[in-house]
Design a binder for this molecule. Structure first.
Ligand code: TYD
Length: 203
């Protein structure tokens, strides 16, 4: 049986990636999933990870993200792909490189090695980066209670954004950058045009 298609959405908070990821999954009848926290084990990890009142070292944060990912890949993503099901995932290992690596300063090479342990050979066919300016992100972000990452300072988010752009340029064949500051329909059209070149199981 043909392996399913694996498409990942990445971007800083408020980039609009979750809306687009869910839309694309529905359009192609693909399995939609997200990280961190899209499993029974992951739901507990997500609570700790997002709790802004809980002190955590950057390395600890990275390892919890990777724990969630290794369980998610082996219990959900890989089995779905092997069954021939297409998978659309909201955040994957590039989030850890961007947030914990570029953002928090965890050593990138060590993160890459640990990531390999977490995901094995389960690589996406395409990663779509919704890139937005930090001012646009700030305007969009709600002013109410913020989680650990939303409450981080502007410099942190600037490093995360730059990290994403560096990853996208380094692995240009497997990434597609979309200007996420455009209107939702325009962003959707750019994404759909790129995704129309892939062979989906449905539509
Ligand atoms: P997410 O649920 O995608 O939130 P949002 O919709 O606001 O983007 O992710 C929650 C937070 O977790 C987000 O701020 C990014 C952070 N994160 C990391 O720092 N490292 C990771 O590996 C992942 C998957 C997420």
């Amino acid at each position: 049986m043909r392996r399913g298609l694996f498409v990942v959405f990445e971007g800083i908070d408020a980039s609009g990636k979750s809306t687009q990821a869910r839309r694309v999954a529905a359009l192609h009848a693909a399995h939609f999933a997200f990280e961190p926290g899209d499993s029974t084990l992951g739901a507990d990890l997500r609570r700790w990870l997002l709790d802004a009142s809980l002190h955590m070292e950057p390395e600890t944060e990275a390892l919890l993200m990777l724990s969630d990912r290794s369980h998610h890949v082996r219990s959900v993503i890989e089995p779905a792909l092997e069954r021939g099901r297409d998978v659309v995932l909201d955040r994957y290992f590039a989030s850890t490189l961007a947030y914990q690596g570029y953002g928090r300063g965890v050593d990138l090479e060590e993160l890459r090695v640990a990531t390999q342990l977490a995901i094995g050979t389960c690589m996406p066919d395409l990663t779509i980066l919704l890139d937005i300016d930090l001012d646009v992100a700030n305007e969009r972000r709600e002013r109410d209670a913020k989680d650990r990452f939303e409450s981080a300072d502007l410099d942190f988010h600037a490093r995360v954004r730059d990290g994403y752009l560096e990853l996208a340029r380094t692995y240009a064949d497997a990434w597609f950058i979309v200007d996420g500051s455009k209107g939702e329909d325009e962003v959707a059209a750019a994404i759909d045009e790129r995704l129309s070149h892939l062979s989906w199981s449905h539509g």
